[in-house]
Design a binder for this molecule. Structure first.
Ligand SMILES: [Zn+2]
Length: 115
């Protein structure tokens, strides 16, 4: 069963909430959230590495948050699920995989090849 737009909306709200709490964790400099990140760096430079990692993670989270919020705005505008490049409808399975996506799969692929 494909998801409905209402369910996708709900999914985005949940994502926003999760991203917010992740950002809080990163901001408060708690280092317990290292799951999935390699720690193979030598002791010297670990501090620098961790700081860099925090900045990178923070940027990633902030970017995702921006995407999620833009997608939520589109629900208000009634433009959710419409590709920003070609104006066509984005397939539901793609929205299920990446609810905050801006482009349909074809445009995304084309844009990625271009850049
Ligand atoms: Zn498109």
């Amino acid at each position: 069963m494909p998801l409905t737009y209402d369910e996708l909306h709900q999914l985005l709200l949940e994502q926003e909430e999760k991203l917010e709490s992740r950002l809080d964790i990163i901001k408060s400099q708690v280092r317990e959230d290292g799951v999935g990140y390699s720690n193979h760096m030598a002791d010297a430079g670990t501090e620098v590495f961790e700081q860099t990692r925090d900045v990178v993670m923070r940027k990633q989270v902030q970017r995702s948050m921006k995407d999620v919020r833009q997608a939520l705005t589109k629900f208000t505008d009634g433009t959710y699920g419409i590709c920003e490049s070609c104006g066509g409808r984005i397939d539901i399975p793609r929205l299920e995989a990446v609810p905050a996506t801006h482009y349909c799969l074809r445009c995304k692929t084309r844009l990625e090849v271009k850049s």
